[in-house]
Design a protein around this ligand. Structure first.
Ligand code: IMP
Length: 419
């Protein structure tokens, strides 16, 4: 069977840490979409690691880690990540399997990302500029270069043809660049990638399912950044929802058992786009500081705001969430009072789901509640303060799903199983 773990907000919900906590229950952890725009942070015994491409199960040998066909891979980032893990004593190469169908991010994809973003005026997406959008565009445009192409004799021709196309696309932009600065590292990284274990991952995963192995599918970004269901056009370029696990790994829906949906006790967003419950005041700043809300990939300060229940419920529905996991409730402990949105006021009345567009005319309707005292030392369900317990019950009632785990801090050990 396969369980899926994904984010229910705009990414950065703490997926990396939870995958790391759950991995001992699984034989295989597989990433299914996105690319190095992700930054999954894991803290073990006070030591912090940020993973961009490698599944967060890598810290639990002997579990196998798979990068699925739905992921887009920057060979330079992958090489750096592997070398830095190996330097820290983690065995990677024997445990990392890469789909031959995964698409490659070329240096010119990153240039296209930067040129297109800088040409936008007030409507910038706030992209991480890792080349994600242009690579997925080449995938759907049927021009892309895949991991499996590395074994082709004409691999360099494939590369140069694609680069020529990109250079033609870059011409109209007022954008200066020097491609030669990136190409040496890129080709060295391609050779490195060619030496890694490249597989037919859909076959591998289906064989594993048929021999009763347990697989955890690790999502990246979050539901509100999904290309179809997110706050379009301020979204990423892949399906971040449960359906993405099927297409991004080649596994059928009938194999899915649990869907773990992760959300923060509040909301954050990095990059542009609508954010109905955003806080522009001192409280928002306090949450940012207390929660360390700065992008793991870009270092950008994250926008902060209250929990948005209509969007959370929408995400639960789209993903078929069976188990909720709430993270970072500890961050709100210093506030006397907290708020959450239970509906939106729209020109047409009160709405409790996600509208087509979250325009300025749609305002969140907030309810307020007392916060809780410091919970960093809580180690059993009985020690959970009443106000937090009430907050948990309120979310469960609204979404119709149970919260199974509570994360009370960044370390592996600060995780409480509620059920
Ligand atoms: P892109 O995927 O880099 O093109 O970025 C598109 C939007 O998704 C931007 O607003 C990014 O800030 C956001 N984004 C992409 N990846 C992540 C992530 O892993 N966490 C949070 N936001 C992300």
């Amino acid at each position: 069977m396969i369980d899926v773990l994904l984010g229910l907000q705009w990414g950065d919900e703490g997926k990396g840490k939870i995958v790391d906590v759950l991995t001992p229950e699984y034989d295989i952890v597989a990433r299914y979409q996105g690319g190095p725009n992700a930054g999954h942070t894991i803290i073990i015994d006070g030591k912090k690691s940020v993973l961009h491409l490698i599944p967060s199960g890598i810290f639990h040998p002997p579990s196998i880690c798979v990068i699925g066909n739905g992921v887009v891979i920057d060979p330079v980032t992958l090489k750096k990540e592997i070398l830095s893990l190996e330097e820290a004593g983690v065995e990677v190469r024997s445990r990392l399997l890469i789909s031959e169908r995964a698409h490659l991010i070329l240096p010119t994809h990153k240039l296209l990302d930067a040129a297109s973003e800088s040409a936008k005026k007030g409507d910038k997406i706030g992209s991480t500029l890792k080349g994600i959008g242009p690579t997925y565009m080449d995938k759907t445009g049927r021009n892309g270069m895949r991991v499996g192409d590395l074994t082709r004799k004409d691999r360099l021709d494939v590369y140069h043809n694609l680069v020529q196309k990109h250079l033609r696309l870059l011409r109209p932009y007022d954008f200066e660049f020097d491609l030669s600065l990136y190409e040496k590292d890129f080709h060295e990284a391609l050779d490195f990638l060619a030496s890694l274990k490249k597989i037919n991952s859909e076959q591998f995963l289906n064989d594993a399912l048929n021999s009763s192995k347990k697989i955890l599918a690790e999502g990246a970004q979050g539901t509100m950044l999904d290309i179809d269901f997110g706050t379009y056009p301020f979204v990423t370029s892949s399906n971040t929802t449960t359906a993405g696990a099927c297409t991004g790994l080649g596994v059928a829906p009938k194999h899915i058992r649990k869907v773990y949906g992760i959300f923060k006790a509040y909301c954050t967003r990095v990059g542009s786009g609508p954010f109905p419950t955003e806080l522009y005041d001192e409280t928002g700043e306090q949450i940012r500081k207390s929660g360390g809300e700065f992008g793991a990939t870009t270092g950008r300060p994250r926008r902060t705001g209250w929990l948005d229940l209509p969007l959370l419920k929408y995400a639960v529905t789209l993903n078929g969430v069976t188990d909720l996991i709430m993270t970072k409730a500890d961050v709100l402990a210093f506030l006397p009072q907290i708020s959450y949105a239970w509906a939106y006021q729209t020109p047409d009345g009160i709405l409790e789901t996600c509208p087509f567009e979250l325009t300025k005319e749609i305002t969140p309707l907030l309810r307020h509640t007392n916060s809780w005292e410091d919970i960093s030392g809580v180690s059993s369900v009985e020690q959970i303060p009443q106000t937090l317990s009430d907050y948990i019950k309120m979310v469960e009632k609204y979404t119709g799903q149970n919260i199974t785990y509570l994360s009370l801090g960044p370390d592996r050990s600060q995780t409480l199983k509620l059920r």
